[in-house]
Write a protein that binds this ligand. Structure first.
Ligand code: R5P
Length: 310
């Protein structure tokens, strides 16, 4: 089967960079938008091919999800050999359990919809729920961008810095950074109040007099990072804080929150297009990681060290 990269509109720059790593160009695709908001995607040259559909489902999340479903259907109807969805940022992944009666499990609905529309496999990067495969009917590979980010952080990180997980959910990720950077791990105790606000209840670990590296899977409104910086300063940490996250979703008021003077370095990847952001932000590309994974999947080789649990 011929390998084809198909780019949705969510992050064409990333899809093109992935294709370039594989010495090819994305297959022709376009998405027409009707005056009432309906989308009509068209793909070319996918018949019989091993298709990798690159579409992170970041903001506007629902438009990008619908476009992805329509692209999948278009590939299936054009008799693609097999289709893998490459959604490095997977929207709705945080809705992984019912916190109160009457709620849906968003991640399950998304995974089922992709499978129904024709996805044979799903590739994501540092998903909010590391065990995402458990809710997906199709084989799912969770890649990690932590080595890419740690590599970018290494030179500037003071020797006595601590790696800080801003909540319990980020501890596994923080341990991965800590292993690669040879630094100890500290955790902030956090409770989410609303989509934009969180409450913190102190630290587990010692930060007094030390610089810190705050790590998370994503920064959305910046509320988690903002609250964690307050806790670190209250615990006596130095006003010398770096922040690293795989997904820079960065919706309002993230840029303002990340612009506080104690934060001197913000590192994210390009799973999502990086337009506006704080002055101190650096962007690392995950195109080589995705291209490596796609090449291995195409050749039926294991992903091993590229995966979250490796
Ligand atoms: C939640 O548990 C996630 O891991 C992130 O901490 C959260 O989504 C970040 O969102 P925000 O930047 O809006 O606090």
């Amino acid at each position: 089967m011929t390998l084809r990269i198909v780019a949705g509109t969510a992050n064409r720059g990333l899809a093109e960079a992935v294709a370039a790593e594989l010495y090819m160009e994305p297959a022709a695709s376009e998405v027409e938008r009707f005056p009432d908001g309906e989308l009509r995607p068209v793909v070319a040259n996918v018949r019989g091919a091993d298709v990798y559909l690159v579409q992170p489902t970041g903001p506007p999340v629902n438009d990008h999800v619908i476009e992805l479903l329509l692209l999948l259907d278009a590939c299936r109807r054009d008799r693609a050999g097999r289709v893998t969805v490459v959604a490095p940022y997977f929207g709705y992944a945080r809705q992984d359990r019912r916190r109160r009666p009457g709620e849906a499990i968003g991640v399950r609905v998304m995974a089922d919809a992709l499978a129904t529309a024709g996805a044979g496999r799903l590739v994501v990067v540092d998903p909010h729920m590391p065990a995402i495969e458990a809710v997906c009917a199709m084989p799912t590979d969770a890649l990690t961008a932590v080595p890419v980010l740690a590599n970018a952080l290494w030179e500037r990180l003071p020797a006595d810095a601590v790696v800080v997980a801003p909540d319990l959910g980020a501890v596994r990720l923080a341990r991965h950074y800590a292993r690669l950077l040879s630094r100890p791990v500290v955790m902030v105790r956090k409770t989410r109040l609303t989509g934009a606000d969180v409450m913190t209840e102190g630290l587990v670990g010692e930060v007094s007099g030390r610089p810190a590296l705050l790590v998370d899977d994503m920064i959305t409104t910046g509320g988690t990072i903002d609250a964690a910086v307050d806790v670190l300063l209250a615990g006596g940490a130095q006003a010398d804080i770096a922040v690293s996250a795989t997904h820079g979703v960065l919706v309002e008021p993230a840029a303002r929150r990340l612009a506080r003077p104690e934060i001197h370095d913000v590192v994210v990847t390009d799973t999502l297009p990086q337009r506006d952001g704080p002055r101190t932000r650096r962007v690392c590309s995950i195109a080589p990681l995705l291209a490596d994974a796609i090449g291995r999947l195409h050749r039926d080789e294991p992903l091993d060290e590229l995966l979250v649990h490796a």
